[in-house]
Design a protein. Structure first.
Length: 157
């Protein structure tokens, strides 16, 4: 397979075992700051995906709540394939701490009473949200927390 510029295009999606949390890349800035990008995979690629209203709501909830647990967040971005998110952190490389931050954030999602910024002023598609769907995704991901560090199916067997 030809090496691609995009890191995830070089990942064999037929061999991974979702859910997982994987370090997907490291970039160092000119002044020494380091960005760690994590692949937070909720769904098995090419087998299942998150429905858009649930994905949209969990994106809002995670983006807002994760910042209550660390000031190192650069961005939380959904994957176009609807199977997960990218989490970028600055100057933070402790994998176990990232798992803890994610667990706390998903627990926040489970206990949320509303989706933040779910209105036409603050959101580009405010009609497309599902708090219940987001909470179901969080619950499903949390129920498999012990598997988050297993990236490949072969390692799970």
């Amino acid at each position: 397979m030809k090496k691609m510029n995009v890191e995830s295009f070089n990942l064999d999606h037929t061999k991974v075992a979702a859910p997982f949390v994987r370090l997907a890349g490291i970039k160092e800035g000119q002044n020494g700051d380091v960005i760690h990008k994590y692949d937070i995979r909720f769904k098995q690629p090419n087998k299942e995906h998150m429905e858009m209203p649930a994905l949209h709501s969990i994106e809002h909830l995670m983006a807002e709540n994760i910042r209550n647990h660390t000031d190192k967040v650069v961005d939380v971005s959904p994957m176009g394939c609807q199977t997960g998110f990218y989490l970028s952190l600055i100057n933070h490389d402790n994998y176990e701490d990232v798992l803890s931050i994610l667990e706390k954030t998903l627990n926040d999602v489970k206990h949320a009473t509303e989706v933040p910024a779910c209105n036409e002023v603050q959101c580009g598609w405010a009609a497309s949200h599902s708090l219940e769907g987001a909470q179901a995704l969080a619950e499903e991901m949390l129920s498999k927390k012990d598997e988050w560090n297993i990236i490949y199916q072969a390692d799970a067997e």
